[in-house]
Write a protein that binds this ligand. Structure first.
Ligand SMILES: Cc1cc2nc3c(=O)[nH]c(=O)nc-3n(C[C@H](O)[C@H](O)[C@H](O)COP(=O)(O)O)c2cc1C
Ligand code: SF4
Length: 443
């Protein structure tokens, strides 16, 4: 076993995990004290009942109008009933052109009442759950009609090549960006009206907002200098915080690190993009904190071109160039560095579902060491929506119910189908998986 070689999942016990961490010489904390998950938190005036959270995960199950569909309701009722104190909604498009698919959720005047009903229902299911609305524009990954319609902020040779964006493809103009900024602002207003408790100004995974941050070569008011590259996010955040008022928890799904070489990646060492350089990532968070930022869900890079960085997994569409525990370690180290700079911001980190029933030991280690405040699950919540209840009442996860990070939920999404877990929630999602030719029963 070595750090640069992918290895399928072999961790059958805490001893196996400890041995793997030692062999890889990885800095991954471990604690067996599961009581940390019951710890409540205050975010401003708002109390969180425990230290558990569901990460945002797109389900591709909205209606054409952008309203939540039947499966959207099902997912969020299950997540909320699961008992985590924070349920972070998936990417909700602020305008039609910024949708990843015709099924992506979209909040607008026409769909507002549907979101009000959903938030009311979820508050009924768990009155204390903090519901976070993730505001987004999909930028270069937009597909509002089911086919690519990229909105590109700047040339990025690695991403352009991967997604066949020609060299002469026009960059989005400043005027259009000003219009999109208005969309973010009106959507923030609607999210508060709908009953969300928290607004996430999302900046990650090379969607529009995060792409600005590496626009070193873009000209005009949204590119080049640090002030220009961060302008869009700062202005949207300031307006969203104003709309939210003192009762709304201001949040961000934030990537401090792109893992793409300078001058096309944010938060990277200019000589060696494998290393963090968080000077600008920290400066930006400091400015957002001054405007009211209180909660960060940390991620890195983009699942569109290197899922092993943000979703360490047991099976990828390619063989990752590293052991998945190295991915887990990178996410933890990145969070540790950011948390050190912002002890008053509540942090959580993604990427822990890979560890299955051993994840709580690592998460408890992170909480004990003050690297994180909340322990969050993404894929695990698809597979095992009651994870929080089990952790809080039994002090352990049931191995049989855990996500096995096989990637089929993402495959469903990439095939334009509703995303969920065909492995552990087969009644609903296995038939959808079977509609993909390679999984059809004839094969
Ligand atoms: C099917 C799927 C959809 C996702 N959709 C979103 C999303 O809408 N917004 C977001 O910020 N992250 C999204 N993510 C990323 C997750 O929030 C999370 O960062 C990732 O799954 C790693 O955490 P985990 O190991 O607990 O799964 C998605 C992940 C998956 C698998
Ligand atoms: S399909 Fe299910 S088991 Fe596989 S990664 Fe997704 S949630 Fe996990």
């Amino acid at each position: 076993m070595d750090r640069k070689t992918f290895e399928p999942y072999k961790l059958n016990s805490l001893d196996d995990l400890r041995a793997a961490i030692e062999t890889l010489n990885a800095e991954i904390p471990i604690s067996e004290d599961m009581s940390v998950f019951a710890k409540p938190h205050m975010i401003g005036d708002r109390r969180l009942d425990n230290s558990l959270l569901v990460h945002p995960m797109e389900g591709f199950d909205g209606r054409f109008s952008g309203a939540p569909g039947e499966l959207t309701w099902r997912r969020y009722e299950r997540f909320t009933a699961g008992g985590a104190s924070v349920v972070w909604f998936e990417a909700v498009a602020v305008c039609r052109d910024g949708r990843t698919s015709p099924n992506q959720l979209m909040l607008c005047k026409e769909t507002l009442d549907d979101y009000k009903r959903l938030c009311d229902r979820l508050h009924e299911v768990n009155p204390n759950a903090l519901l976070v609305c993730q505001l987004t524009h999909s930028g270069r990954f937009s597909k509002p009609d089911g086919k690519p319609a990229p909105v590109v902020v700047h040339r990025n040779p690695r991403l352009d090549a991967k997604f066949n964006i020609p060299e002469d493809y026009p960059l989005v103009t400043d005027d259009t960006l000003d219009r999109i900024k208005e969309d973010f602002m009106s959507c923030s207003r609607l999210a508060v009206e709908a009953g969300f408790d928290s607004l996430d100004v999302k900046s990650c995974h090379f969607y529009l907002m995060s792409e600005f941050l590496s626009g070193y070569e873009r000209e005009g008011k949204y590119g080049g200098s640090y002030e220009n590259r961060t302008r869009f996010m700062r202005e949207v955040f300031a307006e969203a915080a104003r709309e939210g008022g003192s009762k709304t928890v201001m949040a961000s799904r934030y990537s401090p690190y792109d893992h793409i070489a300078y001058p096309h990646g944010f938060g990277v060492d200019r000589e060696d993009f494998e290393k963090f350089d968080f000077s600008e990532s920290i400066r930006l968070l400091g400015e957002l904190q001054a405007m009211g930022l209180k909660l960060i869900d940390l991620t890195m890079s983009s699942p569109y071109f290197e899922p092993h960085i943000n979703r360490p997994n047991n099976r990828c569409e390619y063989t990752p160039p590293e052991h998945p525990l190295v991915g887990v370690e990178r996410l933890i180290k990145g969070t540790a560095e950011m948390k050190k700079a912002f002890p008053d911001i509540i942090f959580t980190t993604a990427g822990m579902s890979y560890l299955r029933d051993l994840a709580p030991y690592v998460m408890a280690g992170c909480l004990k060491e003050g690297i994180n405040d909340l322990a969050g699950f993404g894929r695990m919540a698809f597979a095992y929506p009651d994870f929080a209840k089990d952790l809080l009442t039994k002090g352990a996860l049931d191995r049989k119910k855990c996500c096995i990070t096989c990637g089929k939920c993402t495959e469903l999404m990439r095939a334009g189908k509703s995303a969920g877990c065909p492995v552990k929630d087969g009644e609903v999602y296995l038939p959808l998986l079977r509609e993909i030719p390679k999984y059809s029963v004839k094969n």
